[in-house]
Write a new protein. Structure first.
Length: 260
């Protein structure tokens, strides 16, 4: 009897130690748990291929909202994005000067300029999958209303639910600007940093859209952690559009709490 009791105590102690070493995994009540990762402001030679490699390792799909000025000389990266099953979206020609409140005619002109650059970069061989997907648009900084094109081509305008802030635009003074990986992980997976970051991916659950960037080194470091933890919680990673999102609409308003 003493041997059995001792063995049980040893097993219990080992189990407790193992549980303490494992990260906390949030189980999702809803099924499915579809997550839509988005990367914007690229493509870049330094970081976009690395992100594509990581996504391939985890069998995850994503959406890349590209700036037109970034495309020249990186045509192969745009082609790879589509060949590997991801989606491409239009993020206008550049970031600065096209934020919400910009006159619609200026936004539309930049949209068409970027669209032409995307199509030229893809070439005849890779255009079919691009033309098969709905046209996706994201205004730099997030949009206040849906983009409506005068030529009538249907476009879905996408904001986001969760901002990882991997560019560190809104770092608290207490966070080291040279080492803020945990800050990004908190915003996506843990306790976000208010006032700009209030809800994480688990709060929104199925259909959550997460914004990251493919223009800096932080993203490549935190992305495997995000993928691993969310997959452990039952997530699948898909490219936009989400089921039910309609053309000529903006399905997500910035700052709207979960369930609204």
């Amino acid at each position: 009897m003493f041997r059995l009791t001792l063995r049980a105590a040893v097993v219990l102690a080992a189990t407790l130690l193992l549980c303490a070493a494992l990260p906390l995994i949030h189980a999702q009540d809803s099924t499915p748990f579809r997550v839509y990762l988005t990367f914007e402001d690229g493509p870049t030679r330094a970081y976009t291929p690395q992100i594509l490699d990581i996504l391939a390792e985890y069998d995850a799909k994503a959406t890349f909202f590209v700036n037109g000025w970034q495309i020249a000389g990186k045509e192969d990266i745009l082609q790879r994005i589509l060949r590997e099953g991801h989606a491409l979206g239009n993020h206008l020609w550049k970031e600065v000067g096209y934020y919400a409140g910009t006159p619609d005619e200026k936004v539309i002109a930049a949209y068409y300029e970027t669209e032409a650059a995307i199509r030229a970069a893809l070439g005849a061989d890779v255009l079919p999958p691009y033309d098969a997907q709905p046209k996706l648009f994201r205004q730099p900084g997030g949009g206040g209303h849906a983009l409506i094109l005068p030529e009538g081509e249907p476009v879905i305008s996408y904001n986001w639910n969760v901002d990882g802030d991997d560019c560190g635009f809104r770092l608290p003074e207490s966070v080291d600007p040279n080492n803020f990986d945990q800050f990004v992980l908190d915003n996506v997976l843990g306790v976000p940093h208010p006032p700009d970051h209030l809800y994480n991916a688990y709060d929104y659950g199925d259909g959550v859209i997460i914004v990251l960037h493919d223009i800096n080194r932080v993203t490549g470091r935190v992305l495997p952690v995000i993928l691993k933890e969310l997959q452990a919680a039952g997530a699948t990673f898909l490219a936009l559009p989400r089921p039910g999102d309609q053309p000529n609409t903006q399905p997500v308003a910035l700052g709207v709490p979960p369930g609204r």
